[in-house]
Design a protein around this ligand. Sequence first.
Ligand code: PNW
Length: 459
Amino acid sequence: MSEDTRATELLKRIPREFTLGVATASWQIEGDSQGRGSSIWDDFAAVPGNIKDGTKADPACDHVNRLEEDLDILADLGVDAYRFSVSWPRVMPGHQAPSSSGIDFYNRLIDGLLARDIKPVLTAYHWDLPSELEAKGGWLNQDIHNYFAEYVDLLAKNYGDRVDRWATFNEPWVSAYLGYATKMHAPGLGVPAAGLESAYRLMTAHGAGMTVLRDHKVSSPGIVLNLTTVISEDQAAEPAREHIDSLQNKFWLDLLAGRGVSEALMAGTQDITDWSFVDQDQLSSIAQPIDWLGINYYTPIRVSSQATGQEPSAQGQDFSLYPGTPTGFQMASRDPRTEMGWEIYAPAMTSTLLQTSERLPGVPLYITENGGAFDDQLVNGEIHDQDRVDYYLNHIAAALDAKDQGVDLRGYFAWSLMDNIEWAEGLEKRFGIYYVDPTDQERIAKDSAKLIQYLAKNR
Ligand code: PNW
């Protein structure tokens, strides 16, 4: 089937009321670090070796200075919604007094979206914690939920009348395990027990944030998790599969569903922590109802009890990210892969949606991120990113398969609107549907942007 036919067939499956959007995050695109306070990612980027190519916050995509142009690109794409995050140190530098210029930036963004008939979807925390709060222990501070609540209160007061959908957090698993259990992300602590404790404290902050958002009666508060399907390649690998599934998926959904921390997880991590920081009142606050759940899905996780000969170089697939996993197993992702080393396997997106709707029933689901890093070639001012086009065609179809099987899936957001700072990977890994020229910041629509535009505009 030719690509055009595949896009046409896919289009027929997308209901009119299904949300199609694109996503970004503040530190990855904004630049203008002089206009805000410092965050843990600025501190992390300042240490040579932490970010592979030495990339720092500036200029990123210079989005703060190119807001109007980027809003026009979103309008041209024809998407229903834009998912962005607020930089905490831009609106509350040092977690001190609010910054009127920082607050105004997101007012212009939100108003610009509404003027173009695009729904604003706001994430409060996408990893750029103010440095001053990290100095107080960051996500290990037992009062961190109160600091987060103050910040969310400022957001709700200023933007609560216009934002369509709110997420307290983006992927708390990454903050806890890449940032605290290991040194892969900011702040780079590298203490396994701190991974487990910060995972819990991030969720207490989610609960406190939800309470604030409900008090302000904002539209649709929820949270975004990175969930996936964990596959054992042989029966003997089942114990490892079970433990990874617990930390990656079940922990978050158990807390949201009011099931608390499972006996199995406590037993599997007893040599690392006794979980004595868990508090009953906080558990109830975490378990308050959410209006929607966002799922970021990129790749499955496979484990094996034997070497498979396809030993991965998949970013983020390492047992150090899953403290307490029994030893003697291998990560076993397969080809084909993206530039992140992440296996391309769309059926795992369908199964992840099905599994999540069973574990947290009754909550509308969105795919809030999905996409791939590929080795794009700019030729005569054009980028024919056929591999990314295929990825989107297959994964949007896989998401709709889950919907056909009864999952209450309401929308899909592509990651990302444009090439940006891929965290510790720097600028070398490109996830954008728009190419961004690193020298002059010109934005160029890749073929994948034309696909998203076709789907968005022709429903
Ligand atoms: C997500 N891992 O990050 C984030 O939400 C985005 O900001 C990011 O750009 C996108 O996915 C692509 O990576 C992740 O190593 C980063 O497991 C790393 C991992 C998972 C998610």
